[in-house]
Design a protein around this ligand. Structure first.
Ligand code: ZN
Length: 138
């Protein structure tokens, strides 16, 4: 059974308890690394500048963080869509089983498709409030 690396554990310390629950359940089924949890405002501004994000209102900037980014393990590069999807789907499945609302940056509008996303963010997982969930699903 896979278990978290030191890096993952350090990053999870900055995450909301619900995210930790989801990740802990998922790691029992598939191996991945949590590469980022909480992110400073400064880092977020940098990311906006270099185009790895589209917003300054990221859930990474909350504390505890309501978002984390993962990479599959073994890591076969950023274009390993299949690897990212396998982990991402497992994580979302675990969230569902735990009754925790979450979505992935590969499907912001939660319609089950990635092709219609303007900004595809495969490594990104975030928590949703019930209000956010209702707004998206409307
Ligand atoms: Zn992210």
């Amino acid at each position: 059974m896979p278990k978290f690396s030191k890096r993952s554990l350090e990053n999870l310390k900055t995450c909301h308890p619900d995210l930790v629950k989801i990740a802990a359940k998922a790691i029992e089924q598939i191996d991945f690394t949590v590469i980022e949890g909480h992110r400073s405002k400064e880092k977020q501004k940098e990311n906006l500048k270099n185009g790895t994000t589209k917003t300054l209102k990221s859930k990474h900037c909350e504390f505890p963080s309501r978002a984390f980014d993962f990479i599959p393990h073994p890591f076969n590069g950023w274009n390993d869509t299949e690897g990212f999807n396998k982990v991402g789907e497992t994580i979302l499945e675990c969230a569902k089983e735990l009754g925790i609302l979450a979505r992935r940056g590969s499907d912001w509008n939660m319609n089950g498709k990635s092709e219609d996303e303007k900004f595809y963010d495969g490594p990104h997982i975030e928590l949703l409030t019930l209000e956010e969930f209702k707004r998206i699903k409307k």
